[in-house]
Design a protein around this ligand. Structure first.
Ligand code: HEC
Ligand code: HEC
Ligand code: HEC
Ligand code: HEC
Ligand code: HEC
Length: 308
């Protein structure tokens, strides 16, 4: 959008938050900025000075914080982009902005300013300091583990264990007993005064404590089916050793299963966590463009591991 081009003044909207103002003198371009924090660049060859002013919106601030956070972490395997989570269902910052038309304004949850810290420990926090109930390696508190009914069935050969950390992470939101914004460490920039008193949980409860207040299947879509609950018998078994991979694994089952590349998974991206099957073996929360965050298409998922 070019707003005006008279007597050598050009005002151009580059994007929603970026404006260029250029003043043309005889043979030379001069740019001036309308906003603070502008970047100045001088191009000698074309005799021009450009000043780019970028008004920071809350979304661009959130992205910058996420980028800074990502720089402190290891490269992901299989080459996915950690930042793809921004704006997805697992981005719990600025929910109301994303839902559009301030649909969720006033919803009582703590907005920590960017996506990563709802799961990962903020980079400025000393990871050696640990809360007693913290899920090791993650920015979340474990639910009371005695509450989980472990997987069992007549034909099940493996040993179902108390869920491992990476599965406890998922359950800390999806078992519906804890608030989605209940983190261990809040990011440094976040003001505790902004803390809301209500924390909302993923289940279909329709009282003030639950996301189900609106996500009841009528007002918005249902959140109830994202509620895994604490009875692990209803889901695919997790936190079990993959057949053939070490102590506790059912070696008698090896024939019924395909061999992985190593303790960390299969060539198609289905993952194992140190030889264990976890929620995140099948799902990658970082890949929102895949249906239900599944690591491979549903028709190939089961046969990646099961051979018959
Ligand atoms: C809903 C929870 C969740 C959120 C939010 C989240 N992550 Fe992750 N992240 C995970 C899980 C689970 C894994 C491990 C799975 C894997 O590596 O396949 C992971 C792995 C990673 C990895 C791979 C390296 C490593 O240390 O395991 C990087 C890098 C990463 N996340 C960065 C980010 C960044 C940056 C953000 C914010 C933009 C973010 N994550 C938000 C859950 C989350
Ligand atoms: C910080 C809270 C939180 C954590 C931790 C979390 N989730 Fe979620 N998850 C959500 C929310 C919120 C939704 C969106 C519900 C909705 O709007 O439909 C969701 C949705 C999903 C969906 C449904 C996606 C769809 O397309 O409908 C899957 C699958 C899922 N999560 C898997 C996982 C797995 C696996 C983990 C652990 C690696 C995990 N989540 C960790 C909060 C969380
Ligand atoms: C005041 C009513 C209300 C409450 C309470 C509420 N939501 Fe929403 N939410 C909405 C509306 C309306 C939309 C937009 C319509 C839609 O996506 O169905 C929405 C959209 C979303 C989206 C975006 C969906 C997408 O596909 O990106 C997510 C994620 C979400 N809500 C999660 C939650 C979670 C988690 C909670 C509890 C912490 C919650 N909501 C509580 C009304 C609400
Ligand atoms: C063996 C692979 C596998 C494992 C392990 C697994 N899931 Fe899933 N999950 C799936 C598949 C496949 C779907 C899609 C099923 C469907 O839509 O009917 C799904 C769907 C979901 C959904 C969305 C439900 C809906 O109706 O929108 C959530 C949330 C979810 N899984 C969370 C988890 C959590 C949390 C764990 C660990 C306790 C887990 N999953 C373990 C394969 C798996
Ligand atoms: C990451 C590897 C992996 C993937 C992917 C996977 N499974 Fe499994 N599955 C296992 C392992 C390991 C067991 C434990 C078998 C045992 O000990 O009896 C198991 C057990 C099961 C069981 C329970 C068997 C019993 O006797 O109780 C069912 C049912 C099942 N899987 C179905 C599926 C389906 C359906 C899919 C695709 C949506 C799937 N699995 C994907 C590894 C996997």
């Amino acid at each position: 959008m070019v707003l005006g081009c008279e007597t050598g003044v050009v005002l151009k909207m580059m994007s929603r938050n970026k404006w260029w103002v250029a003043v043309v003198f005889t043979g030379a371009w001069w740019s001036v900025s309308l906003m603070a924090g502008a970047q100045v660049s001088v191009d000698n060859s074309s005799n021009s000075v450009l000043i780019v002013a970028e008004k920071e919106s809350s979304t661009s601030v959130a992205r910058k914080k996420a980028e800074a956070h990502a720089e402190t972490m290891d490269e992901p395997e299989f080459g996915w982009d950690p930042l793809d989570i921004i704006g997805s269902k697992h981005d719990l910052s600025a929910l109301n902005v994303r839902a559009g038309a301030k649909a969720m304004e006033g919803v009582a949850y703590d907005d920590y300013g960017y996506a990563c810290v709802y799961c990962h420990v903020p980079p400025e926090v000393d990871t050696k300091s640990k809360e007693p109930q913290q899920i090791a390696g993650w920015n979340r508190i474990r639910s009371d583990m005695r509450d989980y009914t472990l997987y069992s069935s007549k034909t099940f050969n493996s040993t179902a264990r108390i869920p491992n950390e990476v599965t406890l992470l998922c359950l800390s939101c999806h078992d519906g007993t804890m608030a989605v914004d209940q983190v261990v460490n809040t990011p440094r920039a976040w003001k505790s005064g902004a803390k809301m008193t209500l924390h909302m949980k993923i289940n279909s409860g329709t009282d003030l404590d639950h996301c189900g207040l609106c996500h009841d299947g009528f007002t918005a879509h249902s959140l109830g089916n994202k509620h895994i609950g604490t009875d692990m018998r209803r889901n695919h078994p997790v936190s079990i050793r993959y057949p053939g991979l070490g102590a506790g694994a059912s070696d008698s089952l090896q024939l019924a299963f395909h061999s992985p590349v190593d303790d960390f998974g299969f060539a198609n991206g289905v993952r194992l966590f140190n030889g264990f099957v976890e929620c995140a073996s099948c799902h990658n929360v970082h890949e929102p463009d895949k249906v239900k965050f599944l690591r491979v298409k549903p028709e190939y998922l089961c046969i990646t591991c099961h051979s018959y």
